[in-house]
Design a binder for this molecule. Structure first.
Ligand code: AMP
Length: 402
């Protein structure tokens, strides 16, 4: 099945055309500056060459049209007719408590995604616009599937997802831990089960999605059991620019002393904190490494804080699950930064965790990096959210056609 995977942001739209029979990425690209002027950077699979096309994109519909045009282009394209696209899979950030799995998009589903806008005011609206744009350009007969960042975590027990604030706020506003990166946690956990040659139902896994945004997930028997992001992606680990978990009283203190509104403080916690805020150098771990090599103590402090937070959460999830079979590192930092993997796993031999320094030298490669005798496997698994979206789309559209 040929699935077009769409990830629509407020002024950008990422796409991939995948053939699910062999997981081949036929083409991929990114539309940017939608509503401003419009730039499309496209890569077809005939060569890895990137084509940059400047074309007006006043709306997301025009961006989708530009994507279809380039996919059909006799020279740079990969398909001969739009009818070759069997289905579209959309990344949707927030599915609230409505969705515990991906779903075929209907009017009722669109309404539920709209109802989740207050929970993700920056993300769900552009996701909805992306869905509407595809409908407009491709017509109502092409099946579309919504794949939610939150859905995988809907299996968490209530004691894991509640915040200890008055219960009425859960009833009134649905304030609770939702968790994000669900598509990535699900994908790497399935890959891990395959690598270990054991059914997911038997396994206790801890998946560490460490990138610009980072979250960790405890997966017990194939189901999300706990996760570090919360009501919003601001909770949990310190990240590239996000503070992660802090004492909430700091918000009022900063608002009063810096003469800021709560929204302004939250903006600082989202955009100016984390690795950037502590190091004063950058949110990018490569820049931190370069600064550390130059003797920058604050860059070293930022990374130490990050590694310590990852270790603490892993420890708490081992306690919650009563053990762990494998710890998985994924996303930009998890796949590439060997010092993070090493420092996180150091001093955990007593739990059966021991990384092999030689195997840990590799980056971006799916492999087991633990010492042969270690009881717990430590795995590096490159994430592939687009493939997971395409596979879910294939599964649900397949069921539809049965
Ligand atoms: P992601 O959000 O998964 O795309 O991850 C992006 C982040 O991965 C970047 O901000 C970097 O901090 C980090 N990253 C990517 N490549 C490397 C690398 N070779 N070494 C260390 N960190 C890396």
């Amino acid at each position: 099945m040929k699935v077009l995977v769409i990830n629509a942001g407020s002024s950008s739209l990422k796409y991939q055309l995948l053939e699910t029979t062999n997981n081949d990425v036929m083409a991929k690209g990114l539309c940017e500056r939608i509503g401003i002027d419009g730039v499309l950077v496209h890569t077809g699979n005939k060569s890895d060459e990137k084509f940059t096309i400047h074309t007006p994109m006043a709306t997301h519909s025009e961006a989708i049209k530009a994507v279809i045009d380039i996919l059909l282009d006799p020279d740079k394209g990969v398909i001969a007719s739009m009818r070759e696209i069997d289905a579209v899979g959309h990344r949707v950030v927030h599915g609230g408590e409505f969705f515990s799995d991906s779903v075929v998009i209907t009017d009722k589903v669109l309404k539920a995604i709209e109802d989740c806008v207050p929970l993700a005011p920056l993300h769900n609206p552009p996701n909805l616009i992306g869905i509407q744009a595809c409908r407009e350009v491709m017509g109502p007969d092409v099946p579309m599937v919504g794949v939610f960042d939150t859905a995988f975590h809907q299996t968490m027990p209530q004691s894991h997802y509640m915040y200890a604030i008055p219960y009425e706020y859960y009833n009134k506003y649905k304030i609770r831990r939702y968790g994000f990166h669900g598509t990535s946690h699900k994908y790497v956990s399935q890959q891990a089960a395959e690598m270990l040659g054991r059914p997911a139902e038997e396994l206790k896994l801890i998946t560490c999605h460490l990138g610009n945004g980072s979250s960790i997930c405890a997966i017990n028997g194939g189901k999300s059991f706990d996760t570090s992001m919360g009501f919003t992606p601001l909770d949990g680990l310190p990240m590239g620019t996000r503070a992660g978990n802090i004492d909430p009283a700091i918000i009022e203190f900063l608002a009063e002393n810096e003469n800021l509104s709560a929204a302004q403080v939250i903006d600082i916690l989202n955009k100016k904190s984390g690795m950037l805020g502590i190091s004063g150098v950058s949110s990018d771990f490569r820049d931190l490494d370069a600064a550390i090599a130059d003797g920058n103590a604050r860059a070293a402090l930022a990374k130490d804080m990050f590694n310590l937070s990852v270790k603490k959460i892993i420890g708490s999830y081992i306690a919650e699950m009563g053990g762990v079979d494998a710890i998985i590192f994924t996303a930009g930092v998890g796949e590439n930064d060997r010092s993070v993997r090493w420092d996180v796993c150091e001093h955990m031999e007593y739990l059966g965790i021991k990384v092999d320094p030689e195997k840990n030298k590799y980056r971006g490669k799916q492999m087991d990096i633990s010492l042969d005798y270690a009881r717990v496997r430590v795995l590096v698994i490159p994430t592939n959210e687009e493939l997971m979206i395409a596979k879910d789309t294939e599964r649900l559209v397949g069921e539809l056609n049965k």
